[in-house]
Design a protein around this ligand. Structure first.
Ligand code: ADP
Length: 314
């Protein structure tokens, strides 16, 4: 049933995570609660989420010649993700400096490093030809993303684009996107309209659909997500109730899981449910990739939450 691979072209970072009681004010120095290193980057995180959900994933991107480059590639390979075409560029790998407070909120400073050097010439044609789906974010140079979208379009490969970090999208770009996924803040940047609740998400999504995007998903944190398509289907999927510990990579988990569900030919609405379950599990754990659940965990969670069973029912 699965056709081709999920091709993820995007960022590969080392996340350096510091815990704090409360965020420092500008100019203030505070003592942190400890430091941890986690492989991250929106591209790599989403690739891991899709791979743990049982899909064949090929990663395109770039790491640096620093100490982190090799370990970042090794950690992707351990997930079964193909990394042969990831380019090694002289200089630093991408890094994200993440601070998590005692409520589980985060702030992130991103240093693009080698991710910012990925160009059109680094994209191998045969990987595009083998792809059943192209998953993109906005942590590699925009001209490279645009090239990839156009190449996918020529081959009839659906593009899932996570507009993160967001910038306004022109009328030329929107029809190249099969599924546009983003959170509230990103939806505001893309549309220029306020998006803080389900009604506003619906309004923003309808603007995007009217400009040629076929499917729009806006994630709304603990308020769940909103979906709209060009056939007039509009759905609010509430979030599952869980105790959130660290929301880092909630969106990435959602998107990778959503992509994998579509790749496995689940319909759009069950893909929303699957992705909501995956991201609800992820927010109960610390870290980025380390918090991403696998297919079995997600299916079990869904069984327990939807049927109220322990997963043993027939
Ligand atoms: P991002 O990480 O990009 O800001 P969101 O915060 O919108 O993304 O979260 C993505 C998805 O993760 C939501 O649509 C929801 O399904 C799930 N999620 C996020 N926070 C929670 C939470 N506190 N409880 C349950 N699910 C959550």
């Amino acid at each position: 049933m699965m056709r081709g691979t999920i091709l993820v072209a995007g960022s590969i970072n080392m996340d350096i995570v510091n815990g704090v009681q409360a965020f420092p004010a500008p100019g203030e120095t505070i003592t942190g609660l400890g430091t941890a290193y986690h492989p991250g980057g929106k591209g790599a995180n989403q690739a891991v989420a899709a791979a743990r959900s049982g899909c064949p994933v090929v990663m395109l991107g770039a790491v640096g010649t620093d100490l982190f480059g090799k370990s970042l590639l090794a950690s992707l390979s351990e997930e079964g993700i193909k990394t042969e075409e990831v380019i090694i560029k002289a200089g630093s790998s991408g890094m994200a400096f993440i601070t998590v407070n005692s409520s589980g909120e985060n702030t992130i400073v991103l240093s693009p490093g080698s991710n910012g050097l990925l160009v059109e010439q680094d994209i191998p044609e045969d990987r595009l030809n083998q792809a059943g789906m192209l998953l993109l974010q906005n942590e590699i140079p925009w001209p490279t993303n645009l090239y990839l979208m156009e190449q996918a379009g020529k081959r009839g490969i659906p593009v899932l684009y996570n507009a993160a970090p967001a910038h306004k999208l022109t009328a030329v770009v929107l029809p190249l996107i099969d599924t546009l996924i983003m959170n509230e803040t990103e939806a505001e940047s893309v549309t220029g309209e306020p998006v803080a609740n389900v009604n506003e998400a619906s309004h923003a999504a309808s603007l995007l659909v009217s400009q040629g995007v076929r499917h729009v998903v806006i994630t709304l944190g603990n308020k769940g997500c909103f979906y709209m398509d060009d056939e007039g289907i509009a759905v609010h999927q509430p979030a599952f109730e869980v105790e959130a510990l660290d929301t880092t990579a909630a969106g990435d988990t959602f998107i990778g899981a959503y992509a994998s569900a579509l790749h496995k030919a689940k319909n759009r609405l069950s893909a929303l449910l699957y992705a909501s379950a995956a991201s609800a599990i992820a927010v109960t754990r610390r870290g980025a990739q380390s918090s991403v659940p696998d297919e079995q965990e997600i299916e079990l969670f869904l069984l327990q939450r939807i049927n109220g069973q322990g997963g043993m029912s027939v």
